[in-house]
Design a protein around this ligand. Sequence first.
Ligand code: BG6
Ligand code: MG
Length: 213
Amino acid sequence: RFDAVLFDLDGVLADTAHIHFAAWRRLAEELGIPLEPRFEDRLKGVDRMTSLDLILAHGNVERTVEERRVLADRKNGYYQAAIAEQSPDDLLPGARRVLEEVRAAGLKTALASASHNAPPLLDQLGIRPLIDAIANPAAVKAPKPAPDLFLEAARLVGVAPGRCLGVEDAVAGITSIKEAGMVAVGIGDPTILTRADHVVPAIADFHIGDYLG
Ligand code: BG6
Ligand code: MG
C-alpha cells in the first residue's frame, strides 16, 4: 500500500540533530539564555527563524528583525563549521541500508528536511544518488508542523499522500506527516512522538518489509 518513503534528514539519516542543538546552545549562551537539554525536543524539525524566536522568547529577550537575522546567520555559521567534515561515516547506522531496501522494494525515496543545509550534507554523506527528490523548504508556504513540505516531497515523486510513509524524529515533523494524510513512522521515544503510527528507537530498526503487508 506504499509507493514512496519520505525521509527527514537531521536525526533520521544523519546524526546532526544534536549538532543543530549545540549550535543553538552556543548562541543562546552568548545571549545569556541557558538552554536545558530538554529544550532540544522543542527545536527538532523547527525552521531556523522560528527556532531563534522560541529561544529568545524562552529568555524573555527582544531583538529587532535585523538583529534576529544576524543571530540566525551566526548560528548557521556555527552549524556549518561543525558539519564541514561530515562524511559517509557520519550516517546513522542503517541509514544507507534503509534507503537501498526501500528502492529495491520498488518504492520512491524523497527528502523532506526543513534544513537549507540538506543538499550539500547529502553529498557529503554520499547518499544523494539514493534519493529521488528533495523538497525545498524555501519553496513551500508553511514550515513543519504544517503539511506543506511532506506534500511537496510526495508531489515531486508523483505519489499520492495516502500512499506515502513519512519518517521523522521530531514532534513537529510527525504532525506535518499526519496533517498531510500520510502514515508516520517516528524515530525515537513513543512517549514524545505520540501522534506517530509506529515508533522505532533508531533508523537501524526500520525495515520497509514491515510496512508492505
Ligand atoms: C531541521 C532541524 O532539520 O532543520 C532543525 O531539525 C533546524 O533543528 C532546521 O533548525 C533548519 O535547518 P537550517 O540548516 O536551515 O538552519
Ligand atoms: Mg529531524
